[in-house]
Write a protein that binds this ligand. Structure first.
Ligand code: C2E
Ligand code: MG
Ligand code: MG
Ligand code: MG
Length: 289
């Protein structure tokens, strides 16, 4: 009796496993097709200077323009692309597309506009990543110092020796490096001393409570102090209110990103934003930076 029950539950387990594997396989096939059919889009979100509100940087954020399901967010794409290895191709596409786009915007709008691109764990560890970055720069004509690669803390910690070697090889290309979602990944700060990074991006979970949660505010203040000590630039992520921006400014944070300034926008809408930014600069007499 017991035997058949066990057998039965194995069958159910098997069926569930198969269903999950099937679904993953289906999504993988779908993602491959989407790449072929050019259904992916790069959206652009500005990073502004908190001093004068002007755009310094754009972050490239992937979207899947699905013919029936509409705009699919990265949270539904990146993990599967990461698991299946498709992230290498997809990530390279984002990198090349965004480099090409920003190189064009530099010519037409603002010559010191810079670009941030996210690198996933698997992309970062890929043997060809340094070469792939160099190819994207070469093909687009974007200068290396105009490109920043964003890497999350967790990805850096994985294998410190290999990580340091890789980060150095990237720095040798002339690109800049940012730690994304800083503060949520790891409590061990000693690696900041060894990793040749340029920018810390404070995770938006700490910005959310900055007005009313003294702990969040203390964390933000500490990250900014840390950045100062290491001579890093610091960006607050997920700024949604004027008050949050004011608090960050008062704490000495240089840069900000969030819905208060603009959500991630498709390229054509972003051009409108760049145009407005340029006009505002003219009115305020900041001139072309
Ligand atoms: P991230 O790199 O930390 O990007 C910031 C995320 O915060 C974006 O979500 C952005 O839309 C969102 N955000 C910006 N401002 C605000 C705000 O004021 N409030 C709130 N609530 N959210 C805000 P998104 O576009 O859904 O991307 C999510 C994550 O997916 C990214 O987090 C990044 O880790 C990953 N990702 C996106 N594009 C790529 C890509 O091309 N390659 C890789 N490897 N990862 C990507
Ligand atoms: Mg990012
Ligand atoms: Mg982030
Ligand atoms: Mg994030």
């Amino acid at each position: 009796h017991a035997k058949s029950t066990t057998k039965g539950s194995y069958a159910i387990f098997d069926a569930q496993l198969n269903a999950a594997a099937m679904e993953r396989l289906e999504v993988e096939i779908e993602l491959r097709q989407a790449l072929e059919l050019q259904e992916f889009r790069v959206y652009y979100q500005p990073v502004v200077s908190l001093d004068d509100g002007r755009i310094c940087t754009v972050e490239a954020l992937i979207r899947w323009q699905h013919p029936r399901r509409g705009l699919v967010p990265p949270s539904r794409v990146i993990p599967i692309a990461e698991e299946t290895g498709l992230i290498i191709e997809l990530g390279q596409w984002v990198l090349e597309e965004a480099c090409r786009q920003v190189s064009d915007w530099q010519r037409r709008y603002q010559e010191n506009l810079s670009l941030n691109v996210n690198l996933s764990a698997r992309q970062f560890r890929h043997a060809e990543i340094v070469n792939n970055i160099s190819v994207a720069l070469h093909n687009s004509g974007l200068k290396p110092f105009s490109l920043t690669l964003e890497i999350t803390e967790g990805n850096l910690i994985h294998d410190p020796m290999e990580t340091i070697a890789k980060l150095r090889a990237m720095k040798k290309l002339g690109v800049r490096l940012a730690i994304d979602d800083f503060g949520i990944g790891y409590s061990n700060l000693s690696y900041l001393k060894q990793f040749p990074v340029d920018i810390l991006k404070i995770d938006r979970s700490f910005i959310r409570g900055i007005e009313w949660d003294p702990h969040d505010k203390a964390i933000v203040r500490s990250v900014i102090a840390l950045a100062d000590a290491f001579e890093l630039s610091v960006t607050g992520e997920g700024i949604e209110t004027e008050e949050q921006a004011a608090q960050l400014r008062a704490l000495g944070c240089n840069h900000g990103q969030g819905y208060l300034f603009a959500p991630p926008l498709p390229a054509d809408s972003f051009e409108t934003f760049l145009e407005k930014d340029r006009q505002r600069a003219r009115v305020n007499g900041y001139g072309q930076r």
